[in-house]
Design a protein around this ligand. Structure first.
Ligand code: BG6
Length: 514
């Protein structure tokens, strides 16, 4: 099929935005894990972009807290190097970089040393005066999950984190916590308990960066700001839903972390279940954070449990050839780098509609998308059975990345005297239509933490609910109920068994193309 440009006209509306984001209040961000991979690739580039666009508060400062002794100069050099590689606007805007660099400081100390946190406290008091951050503090834990308990103890022990009585309490204290949020239901509950012993839920921001993606946020606008899709958004009209997150990259130097995590914990339990919830949820009563989060949680509660003996019928795991040779990976590793699964949502709306979810590394194509496959026409009018067989059901694709957009395919008559039918696609492309680059998820999420808006963050109950569904499946897989993961060739569409999972239901995955 030919690549098509988008022919969508935009009709900007005058007036108030649906949600007025507003400039966040002054604050200091304390970043744990500032020298790590995530900070380098995502967090600093997002902060830099916010500076460039003048979206950060005037009173802003950042403390990079590291376990090893670091001086500011070497940290700044490392951050700048990272920006040159990963910032989305190049070449670097020196003025924006200077603005950020002038507001950065570095502190080091052991995470289990109470004295380090008292030193941090004094340091923050001085910084508040110097940078006008008004005492507001945002703690960002971009560190391995094993460090969370010590960090929480240190921060609360020094009186840096405490429970706020009301949402308008000033100065405020907030905590951002990176995934993985636990490895199973028990560890997620334990972590939630530890957080709840120190903070109110509204002070906790569990990051799932998929929720910050523009295209993921647009799922709700697309569904609920348009009248024509919602009546078709149910079991009467939808045959099945496919959610794909295919990557071409491998584990990229994160072998040790990945080998303990695997694709289900890395991508499905969080990112893809969040996307699934946004596609499947009922209309919330308002756009307020808790109303949206309540509806998402109902979806997690309605995911049909998979009994141990059913796991092989619902899940296929794969591992790319060469994975075991990656640095940090066990030579006999059984960690999956690919998974395909089928699930049902036991609600009135979705009864009987399978949701097929797949994710994997080193696949043929980088694509993350949701495709809604509609039912076939109930009766074919066209004379030859061959034409009838060729008719394709409508498919609505929500392209999350790359080429962010939405496409609807339908059948059309080919011009001419014969009645000949061809598939055509209406395609809306974000970048073409709005003529500006789509922002990175972390930009939006960082601002939302500073604003105290929790809408795009995972709530305690839904994290546990997602784990409650996923944990028995993971346990069955880890006990070997599906055998070892199937090997697949790098650059392929994954193991053949994944195709068989859909073929058994008379369906096919959307093809991954190189
Ligand atoms: C991260 C995973 O959460 O998401 C990575 O740990 C994965 O393994 C990444 O590559 C994918 O994110 P994105 O934004 O590139 O789809």
């Amino acid at each position: 099929m030919e690549e098509q440009g988008s022919h969508i006209e935009t009709h900007p509306r005058e007036g108030e935005p649906l949600v007025r984001a507003g400039r966040p209040a002054p604050c200091v961000m304390v970043l744990f894990g500032a020298t790590g991979d995530l900070a380098q690739r995502k967090l600093f580039p997002a902060l830099y972009e916010l500076v460039r666009q003048k979206l950060l508060p005037h009173g802003f400062a950042l403390v990079a807290f590291s376990r090893s002794e670091r001086n500011l100069e070497s940290l700044l050099a490392q951050v700048k190097e990272g920006l040159r590689k990963y910032a989305r606007t190049q070449p670097l805007d020196e003025a924006a970089w200077e603005w950020l660099a002038e507001r950065m400081e570095v502190m080091s100390g052991a995470y289990d040393d109470p004295a380090a946190f008292f030193r941090l406290r004094e340091h923050l008091e001085r910084m508040s005066e110097r940078f006008g951050t008004q005492g507001n503090q945002l703690y960002y834990l971009a560190t391995p999950a094993s460090t969370f308990p010590a960090l929480l103890t240190g921060l609360s022990g020094a009186g840096l984190l405490y429970r706020e009585d009301s949402s308008v309490q000033r100065p405020w204290r907030r905590l951002v916590i990176e995934k993985p949020f636990g490895r199973d239901l028990a560890s997620a509950r334990q972590l939630n308990r530890e957080l709840a012993s120190v903070l109110e839920e509204r002070q906790i921001f569990r990051i799932d960066h998929y929720l910050g993606k523009e295209t993921v946020q647009n799922i709700l606008v697309f569904r609920f700001a348009n009248a024509i899709f919602e009546p078709l958004w149910n079991r009467q009209h939808i045959d099945h839903v496919e959610i794909t997150a295919a990557e071409t990259i491998g584990v990229e130097g994160r072998g040790r972390f990945y080998d303990e995590t695997g694709v289900i914990r890395d991508m499905v339990q969080n990112h893809l279940l969040q996307v699934l919830a946004l596609c499947a949820m009922e209309p919330p009563i308002s756009f307020a954070p808790e109303d949206i989060r309540d509806e998402k949680n109902k979806v997690f509660r309605a995911l049909r449990p998979v009994a141990e003996h059913e796991v092989p019928r619902f899940v296929v795991q794969g591992q790319y050839q060469g994975y075991r040779e990656e640095a940090g990976v066990a030579p006999d590793s059984r960690t999956p780098t690919y998974v395909a699964m089928k699930t049902y949502i036991d609600t009135w709306r979705w009864q009987g509609v399978p949701f097929y979810v797949r994710a994997g590394k080193k696949l043929a194509q980088r694509v993350t998308e949701v495709s809604i496959h509609y039912r076939s026409v109930p009766h074919c009018l066209f004379t030859t059975s061959e034409t009838c067989q060729r008719l394709q059901p409508n498919v609505l694709r929500l392209r999350i990345q790359p080429r962010e957009g939405i496409a609807l395919s339908f059948e059309s008559k080919v011009p001419g005297e014969d009645v000949s039918i061809s598939g055509v696609t209406m395609d809306f492309d974000y970048a073409d239509t709005f003529n500006e680059p789509v922002p990175e998820a972390y930009e939006r999420l960082m601002l939302d933490c500073m604003r105290g808006n929790t809408t795009l963050f995972a709530r305690e109950d839904s994290v546990e609910q997602a784990w409650a569904w996923m944990t028995p499946i993971l346990e069955a897989l880890e006990e070997g109920s599906c055998g070892p993961p199937r090997t697949y060739e790098p650059g392929s569409a994954g193991p053949d068994e994944a195709a068989a999972l859909l073929a058994r239901d008379g369906r096919r995955w959307t093809e991954l193309r190189r």
